[in-house]
Design a protein around this ligand. Structure first.
Ligand SMILES: O=C(O)CCC(=O)C(=O)O
Length: 392
């Protein structure tokens, strides 16, 4: 049997080669292709709009404004599982410079970026990478990425962060501290939205290690780089999944591509200048006993422009927290909808379920031994593999 390379080919190199048809491993299964398409065309189609919520109103002296803000966030988290937040307090200039720094890293020649290459099979998940197929059918996604821990700073390995551009580390660290504060504010608002004291969700997510000097909520940054694709009807940038995180924050370079599933259809996120997109992830859906929705989403590609997105996953510590519906929300009428699990166990269960689905779908083909090994490795490292993308 032919050995596959341990390092996935960079999608950027494929795109720059000027190919007119994409390699078969990037062609998605027929049932998934039915509603794929060029992101620019999909963005033009009329659709309901993802809610925009101004969270600065939460700090208003007027109780009515703060209450209206809580209700708007609650409704968006419950009905959509996604919202654009305005009034987040992160200066537009910092966001622009952050985008500039990530873009400058990806503008480096591929060889220079390879100095930061990760190696998921060896357990090195941080760094520059392209997703290797871990599924039985061997399909890949049309993207390269840079992934690293962002916060707490004491746990971040700055040697893995790009040295070029020179302001990457300072800007990204500043952004991490600020997004951490936005996460706290949103968790307070979302706690009130459940009718609970505002510290409830954050306290629950921090877990038993809360007395430690380090913040126990982890932020992971993934910069997605989606090159131009000659056949966007056949490929996908990021396959449909819900995030395992509590909350995820997304910035992008204004090129459309993100789609969320709402009301039985895919809705393309618009560019809403000055806002940050926030997703509810699995951890929050579990704590809220399903009152908040972990949003199913995916990333489309297009023919004409490179898309870059910055995703920050805000997660509980892997083992110190038991994720289960908050007892205050469990009643005879609303029994617990989720089995108690640590975050790590939740991720492992999701991987296992996904592998079973894929093996079932691929039957009667038996997955190659290499893929089984990779799958097992991913399982082993799944607690660190937090950007894991899986359909529910
Ligand atoms: O690029 C985007 O907007 C979304 C990316 C995403 O969902 C992911 O990387 O998990």
């Amino acid at each position: 049997m032919q050995q596959q390379p341990a390092v996935a080919p960079r999608v950027e190199a494929l795109s720059l080669s000027g190919l007119s048809t994409i390699p078969p491993e990037y062609v998605r299964p027929e049932e998934e292709r039915r509603d794929l398409g060029d992101a620019f065309e999909q963005a033009r189609s009329s659709a309901p709009l993802i809610p925009i919520v101004d969270i600065s109103a939460f700090d208003s002296e007027e109780a009515d404004s703060a209450a209206a803000c809580v209700e708007a966030v609650r409704a968006a988290a419950a009905e959509w599982g996604v919202m654009h937040i305005a009034g987040h307090g992160i200066p537009a200039e910092l966001l622009d410079r952050l985008r500039g720094a990530g873009t400058a890293f990806f503008a480096l020649p591929i060889d220079a970026k390879e100095a930061y290459a990760n190696d998921p099979a060896a357990g090195r998940l941080q760094g520059y990478g392209s997703r290797l197929a871990t599924n039985a059918s061997g399909q890949r996604e049309w993207e390269d990425y840079l992934f690293h821990l962002l916060h707490p700073d004491s746990l971040a390995d700055h040697a893995l962060w790009p040295a070029h551009p020179p302001d990457y580390v300072a800007l990204t660290r500043d952004f991490g501290e600020r997004i951490r504060r936005v996460a706290s504010k949103l968790l307070a608002i979302l706690s009130l939205g459940l009718g609970l004291p505002q510290e409830t969700l954050e306290r629950q997510l921090q877990g038993t290690q809360q007395q430690q000097a380090d913040d126990c909520l982890l932020l992971q940054l993934k910069i997605n780089y989606y090159p131009r694709c000659p056949q966007p009807d056949l490929a996908i940038g990021v396959e449909a999944h819900t995030d395992v995180s509590a909350l995820s924050f997304i910035l992008h370079n204004g090129v459309p591509g993100l789609q969320v599933h709402h009301g039985g259809r895919w809705v393309t996120a618009r560019s809403e200048p000055g806002t940050i997109i926030v997703h509810v992830g699995d951890a929050l859906e579990i704590l809220s006993n399903g009152q908040y929705t972990s949003v199913l989403h995916r990333g489309l590609v297009n023919r004409q422009a490179v898309r870059v997105s910055w995703v920050v996953f805000c997660e509980p510590p892997p083992e110190a927290v038991l994720l289960r519906p908050l007892p205050e929300l469990v009643t005879d009428e609303e029994p617990a909808r989720f089995t108690p699990r640590t975050f790590k166990q939740h991720v492992e269960c999701k991987v296992f379920k996904k592998q079973q689905q894929q093996q079932h779908a691929a039957a009667p083909t038996t997955p190659s031994p290499r893929r089984q090994t990779l799958g097992a490795l991913c399982l082993c490292h799944s607690s660190a593999f937090r950007h894991l993308r899986l359909s529910p």
